[in-house]
Design a protein around this ligand. Structure first.
Ligand SMILES: [Zn+2]
Ligand SMILES: [Zn+2]
Length: 342
């Protein structure tokens, strides 16, 4: 396959699929494989958070001694709650806004088991914690416009503590990527009277080649416009805008697909570092975003953005998403060997 520019249907952004730059995808993956340093359990602050001087647990599932999942306030928050309203200001020509918000951690019990390896029941508790905390933030923290929910796994993905945990950062603004995605899906909805994400899901299902896992309620695929190698997206199949008000069956389907997806990444890509995050409609002006479709994005840390990406905003993806899906499914792929390879 030659290189091909592809335009994202939601944001209108362009990406460049250039598989010629990695003629041998399997070699390419192996080269990136990392050996992860495991923090010893003895020095892990999340084994007994209260004793290790963390803030008190805000939500806890299980008993104090035999807890399974907890929500803690981050000891080193990026933003902190203020009793007064958020104030905006100016610094000469620049606009400013107080760094007000919420920064929490959702931690699960088992030091050695990440979300692909824990039992589904634990993953469901993690989702319950996220949703219950989200609704509390929505009710009590009036300055919060959007809650970012994400997981960093491994040092190259930005994780400073080995122990599996998710972060929730409630912000007084709607972040640029979300604005981009909300605006794009609204424009599409106005033009076609349809949800852009439902349209993409239907197309990916019809094509079938990039679907890596699905059950009754959810689906995972390597998007046609994947920005990075092995980017994956997980959607509830029924149109659903708000993560925090999704039904139990819907959450269970998504959790099951997430678990299967993370297992495939670990097994087929030599256990790489990765990030995943939830994109959902914002808290601010809640009724305006029924056109949005919440989902999870998973990005294995296999390539590093370089000058071209930084200077243009166009990502070069050296793995065709069709090939990415085939590799994740354990299918045999034919590797083309270029003249330069000995
Ligand atoms: Zn630990
Ligand atoms: Zn939809």
């Amino acid at each position: 396959m030659h290189s091909e520019f592809r335009q994202d249907l939601v944001t209108g952004d362009w990406i460049l699929i250039a598989p010629g730059r990695a003629r041998r995808p399997l070699e390419f993956i192996k080269k990136q494989a990392v050996t992860r340093q495991v923090t010893p359990i003895a020095t892990c602050p999340f084994e007994d958070p209260e004793a290790s001087n963390q803030e008190k647990a805000m939500l806890r599932y299980g008993t104090p001694k035999k807890w399974e999942v907890q929500v803690l306030q981050n000891k080193f928050p990026a933003v902190a709650l203020s009793p007064k309203d958020v104030t905006s200001g100016a610094h000469r020509v620049f606009h400013t806004l107080e760094g007000v918000g919420v920064h929490d951690l959702v931690i699960s019990r088992e030091h050695m088991k990440n979300y692909g390896d824990v039992p589904l029941s634990t993953l469901l508790l993690v989702f319950r914690a996220l949703r219950e905390r989200y609704r509390l933030i929505e009710k009590s923290a009036h300055a919060v416009a959007y809650v970012s929910m994400f997981h960093n796994w491994g040092p190259t993905a930005g994780a400073s503590i080995y122990h599996p945990h998710l972060q929730m950062i409630g912000l007084p603004i709607i972040p640029p990527d979300i604005t981009h995605s909300l605006t794009g899906s609204r424009t599409y909805h106005e033009a076609h009277d349809a949800c852009v994400h439902c349209t993409i899901i239907a197309q990916e299902k019809k094509d079938g080649r990039r679907v890596i896992f699905e059950n009754r309620g959810a689906i995972a695929f390597a998007p046609f416009t994947s920005r990075v190698p092995f980017e994956l997206r997980i959607f509830p199949k029924q149109h659903s805008s708000y993560f925090e008000s999704a039904g139990e069956a819907e959450i269970k389907s998504v959790a099951e697909v997430l678990k299967a997806t993370l297992q495939m990444i670990k097994k087929r890509l030599h256990d790489p570092d990765y990030n995943f995050f939830i994109h959902t409609a914002p808290i601010l002006e809640k009724q305006r975003y029924g056109h949005y479709h919440w989902h999870i994005e998973v990005e294995p840390k296999i390539s590093t953005p370089a000058g071209f990406e930084l200077s243009t905003g166009i990502e070069i993806n050296v793995i065709d998403p069709d090939t990415a899906a085939a590799i994740l499914l354990g299918k045999k792929i034919v590797e083309k060997i270029s003249d330069h390879d000995a």
